[in-house]
Design a protein around this ligand. Structure first.
Ligand SMILES: Cc1ncc(COP(=O)(O)O)c(C=O)c1O
Length: 462
């Protein structure tokens, strides 16, 4: 495992790893206040007594991300750079073949990022204006934005706080005559209850596009997530477990769908089976979403590490979970039955302040950061954010939907997700994937740090 040799201050480290991590740049909650070491405005956060690092243990040098092995990774990338063939060509094709094989799907097309992979998949499954798409609120901003970009209306289904995933028991109540698709997210890389979702989708004849943007190699019953729905979408953004800087992919067993997506991602120039259907040339609606050769070369280098690193993360996560759940008030994620592998882009747990004598989560995070453990409060409540009202006020939305459907107050009522509000506003805490690449001693350090805060808080409040 490569570790940083550069001497970073804790503050620089947290800044670098939290702000670039986990697809969290926009969805993150209260990180800036943690970085500044100041409580959020208007909040009265009690502070703990002056800290000393976890006694007797060396503060870990957390694993740096992304990783780059100069000797092994650079030659193929340099070869691409020197070739002058930088636009989509053979290396992108090679990556697509490798990714389809890795995920166990018949076909794959890459895109500029995961967001546009979802837009492309939805659009080519004919999701658009006037349609409703069911999504979870506990996700990155890209999920609802992808739905809105197609012209469809996102409908939020509350979160199961135990798993951090969409609560399947609440889906059917949200289905209306306008519902056309479900866009489930495997958040943190933890599979959502995709088998149950597929049953509901089949019953109601809905399309399913899996947001697998954090779930490379995650499995249910030994089948990779991203292969259950009509299409699965992945992200290779810099913080991701297989990073390229930016990049995305759509996989599917429906080869005609991938051909349509390919045509769409290349200005609508008909490709493969689409030629027979539409004729050659620029015969379809499209845009440009092509990956470059050097991104694909970086992706192929990263792919070599993905399987082994996924195992390391999963082993560390299982150990952390087993130890953290013994601490009162710390409730790590739960997995659904049949989950056979988890990519762990994040390690999420719930913090119950009652067990910490009422210490608010922001103060807990501040104390944990002060111990040198990078952590965050994760996503904000997406279903309450102003981007929705902004979309509803747009010319396109006004033309596509009735004023009743675009009434933002009524929309907020229909899309109220109380469990998710608690998770986002009070309880969720995350560690990012690079932390899970550390040693057993690093995991022990995290456990000791939380135990220390628990004991200190108990003494302080008693
Ligand atoms: C759950 C989720 N969906 C979608 C995306 C969008 O991927 P990208 O950043 O590659 O557009 C991300 C990545 O940040 C994500 O975490």
């Amino acid at each position: 495992m490569k570790r940083s040799t550069k001497k970073n201050t804790r503050r620089t480290f947290i800044k670098q790893h939290l702000l670039s991590g986990a697809g969290t740049m926009l969805g993150i909650h209260s990180v800036s206040s943690l970085l500044d070491g100041e409580p959020s405005k208007g909040m009265d956060i009690p502070t703990l007594p002056a800290h000393s690092p976890v006694s007797g243990q060396q503060q870990p040098q957390w694993v740096k991300w992304p990783q780059w092995d100069i000797a092994a990774d650079e030659p193929p990338v340099v070869e691409v750079l020197r070739s002058g063939v930088w636009s989509r060509a053979k290396v992108v094709e090679q990556f697509e073949a490798a990714w389809a094989k890795t995920i166990g799907a018949k076909a794959c097309v890459t895109t500029v990022n995961g967001t546009n992979a979802m837009i492309c998949a939805l659009a080519n499954l004919e999701i658009g204006g006037g349609d409703e798409v069911i999504i979870p609120p506990y996700t990155f901003i890209a999920t609802p934005q992808a739905v809105l970009q197609t012209g469809a209306m996102p409908v939020f289904v509350d979160t199961d706080p135990e798993t951090f995933q969409m609560d399947v028991s609440k889906i059917e109540a949200k289905i209306t005559p306008l519902t056309r698709a479900i866009l489930p997210v495997h958040i943190a890389g933890i599979p959502c209850d995709i088998e149950a979702i597929m049953k509901i989708a089949k019953k109601h004849k809905l399309v399913v596009v899996e947001d697998s943007c954090q779930a490379w190699l995650s499995e249910v019953n030994h089948k990779k997530v991203g292969t259950f729905g009509n299409a699965g979408c992945f992200s290779f953004q810099n913080s991701k477990n297989i990073p390229m800087g930016e990049g995305g992919a759509i996989v599917s067993d429906d080869e005609q769908l991938i051909d349509r997506c390919y045509s769409y991602h290349n200005y609508g120039i008909a490709h493969a089976s689409m030629v027979a259907k539409h004729g050659a040339g620029m015969s379809m609606l499209g845009t440009k979403l092509r990956l470059t050769e050097y991104q694909a070369a970086i992706g192929l280098a990263q792919l070599k590490r993905l399987d082994a690193q996924t195992t390391i993360r999963a082993n560390n996560a299982a150990y952390l979970k087993s130890r953290l759940e013994a601490i009162p008030g710390i409730i790590p994620y739960k997995l659904y039955d049949h989950v056979t592998r988890v990519s762990f882009h994040l390690f999420p747990f719930r913090y119950k302040k009652e067990a910490f004598k009422g210490l608010p989560r922001a103060a807990f995070l501040k104390a944990l950061s002060a111990e040198g453990v990078p952590c965050s409060s994760g996503y904000t409540t997406l279903n309450t954010q102003p981007f929705l009202a902004n979309a509803f006020q747009s010319k396109n939305f006004k033309r596509m939907y009735s004023s009743k459907m675009l009434d933002i107050n009524k929309y907020r009522e229909r899309n109220h997700c109380p469990q998710n509000d608690i998770l986002c506003n009070e309880e969720a805490v995350w560690f990012t994937q690079n932390i899970l690449l550390g040693s057993r001693a690093d995991m022990d350090y995290i456990i000791s740090a939380i135990e220390k805060i628990y004991k200190k808080q108990k003494i302080l409040r008693n």
